[in-house]
Design a protein around this ligand. Structure first.
Ligand code: ZN
Length: 317
């Protein structure tokens, strides 16, 4: 009885697995730390083992599984099932991830980018329910996303659409990004690069409480920036406002291209709170003339850390 589906999310820090029944109820869930030093073959062997173990633990056999959906933190050529470029997990570059997993499990495997599957999940079960069109944005260590057009995930010509984090947005600021440009959204607004900006400013001699919370310059992260923000630290405020300003521009550009103004956003950077999200939304409204006529909806994601495993399982037809 092939009624069950498995969703896998291979993240930069964690690997998550979920087993779902035919009503998409989560029956079993597991998390592991990602071993960035392992090879692609070792990673696939690990996923194979863990899927089999989870199926067995649930009292099922592989014959009960309709298929496996897997999300990766990289551009995925979904037609060929190949991971193309990964700023998070270098070991996946140019690997035929779909076939590697399919050969091991002898089950149908479907692969996609993590932003795309989170968009699918939020559209079906989360904040995007009921909208024909929506844009999902992950605002976290990296910036990713997915486009739902006419009720469906839009993949583009090579299956790589929705990489909103690599939109080229400024040639006067930003860091060199794995996507090949300096000044994409990710290189300015992601957790990694907002923290990097704070580090550089402090190295240049700027005084900031960020350093008190981080301990050393090398330890500066968005948690330290967030704590300093709560204490009204001027540099923390500048770092956060700068990221929020460019994210607002990103949403504005997306609106100009697609005429979609339903934006669902999730991810760890939103833990910075209202000062961050309010500023991001204000930036969008400031730049968008059309917002007065058709006000955009900015909706916090509802599925949290499970969005990717739910969306990955939804890849299984
Ligand atoms: Zn980039």
């Amino acid at each position: 009885m092939r009624n069950y589906a498995i969703g896998i999310d291979v993240g930069g820090t964690q690997i998550k697995l979920g087993l779902f029944d035919e009503n998409m109820q989560l029956l079993s869930e597991q998390r592991f730390l990602t071993d960035k030093d392992s090879t692609a073959v070792e990673l696939m062997n690990f996923l194979d083992q863990q899927v089999r173990a989870m199926v067995e633990r649930t009292g099922l056999t592989l014959k009960d599984i309709r298929g496996v959906g897997a999300a990766f933190p990289s551009s995925i050529d979904t037609k060929r099932g190949v991971a193309l470029e990964s700023s998070n997990i270098v070991l996946l570059n140019d690997q035929p991830v779909r076939d590697m997993l399919q050969q091991r499990l002898e089950l149908p495997v479907y692969v996609d980018n993590d932003g795309n599957v989170a968009a699918l999940a939020e559209h079906r079960y989360g904040a995007g329910r009921g909208y024909d069109d929506m844009i999902y944005a992950t605002l976290a260590t990296g910036i990713g996303g997915g486009l739902i057009l006419n009720g469906k995930l839009y993949h583009g010509m090579h299956g790589m659409a929705g990489e909103i984090g690599h939109m080229f947005i400024s040639d006067s600021t930003g860091y060199p990004c794995a996507c090949g440009v300096i000044g994409c959204v990710h290189s300015i607004c992601s957790g990694v690069y907002m923290a990097r900006y704070a580090m550089d400013r402090i190295k240049e001699g700027e005084e900031s409480r960020i350093l008190d919370y981080a301990g050393t310059v090398a330890n500066i992260d968005m948690v330290a920036v967030g704590r300093a923000l709560q204490m009204n630290d001027p540099l923390a405020l500048e770092v956060v406002n700068r990221g929020a300003e460019y994210l607002g521009r990103m949403f504005h550009s997306l609106n100009q291209i697609f005429d979609i103004n339903i934006f669902v956003y999730g991810g760890g950077i939103t833990n910075l709170g209202h000062r961050f999200t309010d500023r991001m939304i204000a930036s969008y409204r400031h730049h968008s003339l059309i917002d007065q006529l058709y006000p955009a909806k900015f909706l916090p994601a509802e599925l949290g850390e499970r969005a990717e495993i739910i969306g990955a399982a939804l890849l299984v037809p």
